[in-house]
Design a protein. Structure first.
Length: 141
């Protein structure tokens, strides 16, 4: 009987481990693009210690805004971890987020974020255990 429990524990652990090693796709749709110019720069992170500033993203994308719509994918992302997406619309095409008095001067957004104060890891992150489609709202201050 003891061996049966050990075998069951090994099988369950192996199944969870395999699930965490699967690759998934995160599809990102950007909403509320009011300015039909510039580039959306997006970063994917698992690091809550530097959020919302992303210092070493797992993946990055740069997508031109066309017809007020932007969609893109992060492919081959390992499952089993918490992720967050951070993005901004670079209106002046200088490759960086413009700030004004410590606040973003260009449109920005985060996964799972509803503008109710500063973004935080707990509300913006999500567990990846399947292919995921997220919609990010752009905000302008």
């Amino acid at each position: 009987m003891k061996n049966l429990f050990i075998l069951l524990a090994i099988i369950l652990t192996s199944t969870a481990s395999l699930k965490a090693q699967e690759n998934y796709t995160i599809t990102v749709n950007v909403n509320s693009i009011s300015n039909n110019s510039g580039t959306i720069y997006a970063s994917l992170t698992t690091d809550p210690s530097t959020f919302p500033a992303v210092q070493n993203p797992l993946a990055s994308k740069a997508v031109k805004v066309e017809d007020g719509k932007v969609s893109f994918e992060f492919e081959g992302v390992f499952g089993g971890a918490d992720y967050a997406v951070v993005l901004f619309q670079d209106l002046n095409e200088d490759g960086k987020m413009e700030m004004s008095g410590g606040r973003p001067a260009e449109p920005f957004g985060f996964s799972n974020y509803v503008m109710m104060g500063p973004p935080n890891w707990g509300s913006c992150s999500f567990k990846l255990d399947e292919n995921k489609e997220i919609t990010i709202q752009l905000y302008t201050l």
